[in-house]
Design a binder for this molecule. Structure first.
Ligand code: FDP
Length: 342
């Protein structure tokens, strides 16, 4: 495909599916509807400063965090855009404690969708980029309609994953494991147009690390040593890395993908599992990272190999350019070895 042609996301998905004769077209429909939901959310996010949609509802989500109206609304939009297409057997969302079934009146399909409808929502009121993350698996359970078993699959078994970043422009980035492709929304025509075909982490990567250093005091010795190394403070003569942290995972990951670097959300003494969720944050971004030539680890294991045990499970995340994720792992495993020997 000539990337200078004007290619809509629909056209691109159809072209990609043609390359795989076993494809049924269901996946095309699924991605099309995700793109539709993304456009509706983008419209609302762009209007958020203008209409009375900001502010808290006073409710708490399953993680005990304050839920803002826009999160709930985005959660609903995605569910309602996808509940009746006949592609999904069930869905799961950051905002909802249990697996969400497909209503009985609609046909159930062969895929599962897990999503974080509006990630980085603490940034909404400040007009900072936020995002949507999604992960798609094939149904594996025997019953006619899906359930928890279909959701608790390894990241490695995803058939597709992607995110939408609502920033200075709205971008949708997705992969089915055959290249990572980015589309920018042209709001005047309401279409996502292919703007970033076949995204790869740049080589050499930019020397950027990204994490919430406010947690330094709670980090392990090994994690602190890693950061000190990246800052050039450990006497090894390393030229310091730059630090960039938006505090909105999709936006931090998107920058890391385009410029190279290392994003981290480590475990700490208060939250040994870290903050980010495996199934609808870490795993989908990890599939994108690996497909783009990067890596993702929880410090010792590939994220994509981790077998989930719970829907809202958290996991430490080190993601970005391969050489930096390798570097992080080498510090963390040396730390573990030192602990074991002490
Ligand atoms: P938020 O709480 O604003 O929704 O997973 C949620 C998330 O944001 C990520 O988007 C972001 O990377 C992280 O939490 C930020 O956490 P800290 O505030 O602890 O840095």
């Amino acid at each position: 495909m000539n990337h200078r042609s004007v290619v809509t996301i629909e056209r691109h998905i159809i072209e990609m599916e043609r390359k795989y004769p076993e494809a049924t077209g269901a996946f095309t429909g699924l991605l099309y509807e995700i793109a539709l939901a993304a456009k509706m959310i983008a419209r609302e996010v762009n209007m958020a400063g203008l209409i009375d949609v900001l502010g808290k509802t006073g409710q708490r989500n399953v993680h005990g965090e304050e839920v803002k109206k826009l999160d709930e609304w985005a959660n609903d939009v995605i569910y309602r855009a996808l509940d009746h297409g006949g592609y999904l057997c069930c869905m799961a969302s950051e905002e909802v404690e249990e697996v969400m079934p497909i209503p009985d009146e609609f046909t159930a399909g062969n895929y599962v969708l897990l999503y974080d409808p509006l990630d980085g929502s603490s940034n909404i009121d400040a007009n900072v980029s936020i995002g949507t993350i999604f992960s798609i698996h094939r149904k594996i359970s025997k019953g006619p309609r899906g359930g928890l078993e279909d959701c608790l699959q390894r990241g490695r078994d995803q058939v597709g994953a992607g995110y939408v970043v609502y920033g200075s422009s709205t971008m949708l980035v997705y992969t089915t494991g055959h290249g990572v492709h980015g589309f920018t929304l042209d709001p005047s025509i309401g279409e996502f147009l292919l703007s970033h075909p076949v995204i790869r982490f740049p080589t050499p990567p930019q020397r950027i690390y990204s994490c919430n250093e406010g947690n330094y005091g709670r980090w392990s010795e090994a994690q602190r040593q890693l950061i000190d190394h990246l800052k050039g403070l450990d006497g090894e003569g390393t030229r310091p890395f730059s630090s960039r942290y938006i505090g909105s995972l999709v936006a931090d990951f998107h920058r890391t993908l385009l410029y190279g670097g290392l994003f981290m959300y480590p475990g700490d003494s208060k939250k040994p599992e870290g903050k980010l969720r495996l199934l609808y944050e870490a795993a989908p971004l990890s599939l994108i990272a690996e497909t783009a030539g990067g890596r993702a680890s929880d410090g010792t294991r590939d994220i994509l190999g981790v077998r989930p045990e719970a829907l809202h499970q958290r996991i430490p995340l080190y993601i970005g350019s391969t050489e930096y994720v390798d570097l992080a792992e080498s510090y963390l495993s040396a730390g573990e070895a030192a602990l074991a020997g002490s």
